[in-house]
Design a protein around this ligand. Structure first.
Ligand SMILES: CC(C)(COP(=O)(O)OP(=O)(O)OC[C@H]1O[C@@H](n2cnc3c(N)ncnc32)[C@H](O)[C@@H]1OP(=O)(O)O)[C@@H](O)C(=O)NCCC(=O)NCCS
Length: 341
């Protein structure tokens, strides 16, 4: 029987933060999760960065000065203030002793205290055609009354396997449908002329893409939030590669895509949002944007192998574009939710 206490970690708890990072990486290695693990830098920065759109609490189960399990809690403050997003991770050597349940119970009490009525958490699980790995999260959450709200396919492209001739063909074919648009590529800070348009597109991402039964509401993604996220990435040393489709005549941002590469990560990158304004759909802008951004990743990171992305399983159009670029499914990401009375 474990004898642990649940405590809130603060940015000056240096030894416990290090212990939490060790536990986080042990969970990834032990469960053989095929996605990129969090970087120690990002885990460390979670304790000191202030986000404009959410507050964050870090709870940990501590035994003999060691973090044996932990739960980060995210509390949106600009929108979706009914929601609390969290995670529970328990060190492989301390499982099936009630540590996860104690952390989950604590998070639920915190939600009740803060008046948050919807709790969401995501879990990775294997797909039949992909690598085997451990998923204990689904059974754990179902046992605690959580229900599946949305299933995403998590796909990756292996840049070594991409058929360049096929991408050339797809690019040329798509370009014929995109007269009157220009694809603009840039890194880091967004140009003043594009920032409002990109913020507008980000704000549509959850209303324009399928979200299953997830109780999520419109997000606020104004220019101030775009700039805030830029600052957070700059502080983290993240390389942010953007591609925008601009409607030449009006200067409107018609479409956008982004790739994030964490500091020190040479082999795996993450795709962020991709969205085309409904007014400008049907011009193959999604395909052009994704090809253009994918093709320059190795200019910046020559050893890059994989880019990961996630889409709701019923997001047919985005999945078709991704698969035409060489993406294949490597895991499921399932969002579970529970409503508190
Ligand atoms: C999921 C996880 C947090 C569970 O932590 P834990 O401390 O082992 O959980 P508990 O001991 O409190 O388990 C409570 C109940 O959940 C269910 N459960 C937990 N692990 C399970 C497993 N491997 N298989 C089946 N059921 C399981 C059982 O009903 C269990 O009760 P029991 O032990 O009396 O049968 C842990 O396995 C983990 O960290 N996994 C990786 C991270 C993850 O998937 N997190 C996402 C969920 S938030």
């Amino acid at each position: 029987m474990s004898d642990f206490a649940i405590v809130r970690l603060g940015h000056t708890d240096h030894d416990l933060i290090q212990s939490k990072i060790d536990t986080a990486l042990s969970v990834f290695a032990h469960d053989r999760i095929p996605l990129p693990p969090p970087t120690p830098t990002s885990l460390m920065l979670n304790f000191i960065q202030h986000h404009r759109n959410k507050t964050r609490e870090e709870w940990a189960a501590v035994e003999d000065g060691r973090v044996i399990g932990f739960s980060p809690v995210h509390l949106p403050v600009l929108d979706n203030t009914h929601n609390l997003q969290f995670d529970v991770r328990v060190h492989p050597d301390f499982r099936r002793r009630g540590v996860g349940s104690a952390l989950l119970g604590h998070v639920e009490s915190r939600a009740a205290e803060l008046g948050r009525t919807n709790l969401t958490v995501s879990v990775r699980s294997p797909v039949p055609e992909g690598p085997e790995f451990l998923d204990f999260g689904s059974a754990f959450l179902e046992r605690h009354g959580y229900a599946k709200a949305m299933t995403m396919g998590l796909r990756f492209v292996d840049l070594d396997d991409v058929d360049d001739a096929e991408l050339d063909r797809l690019w040329t074919e798509s370009l014929e449908h995109a007269e009157g648009f220009e694809i603009v590529l840039f890194e880091g800070a967004i140009d003043e002329a594009l920032v409002d348009g990109i913020g507008y597109l980000h704000s549509r991402i959850l209303t324009d893409s399928p979200t299953g039964d997830w109780d999520v509401r419109k997000i606020v993604f104004d220019t101030a939030r775009v700039r805030d996220e830029e600052r957070l990435r700059r502080e983290q040393g993240v390389l942010h590669l953007h591609a925008a489709a601009v409607h030449t005549e009006s200067g409107t941002v018609a479409g956008y895509t982004e790739i994030h590469i964490d500091a020190g990560r040479e082999h795996e990158a993450n795709q962020g949002d991709t969205i085309v304004d409904p007014r400008f759909r049907g011009h193959r802008l999604g395909t052009l944007l994704k090809i253009a951004n994918q093709r320059r990743v190795r200019d910046w990171r020559p050893k890059m192998r994989r880019i990961w992305t996630g889409n709701a399983e019923d997001n047919r159009h985005m999945i078709a574009i991704n698969e035409s670029l060489g993406y294949r499914r490597g895991a499921f990401g399932t969002l579970f939710q529970k409503a508190l009375a």
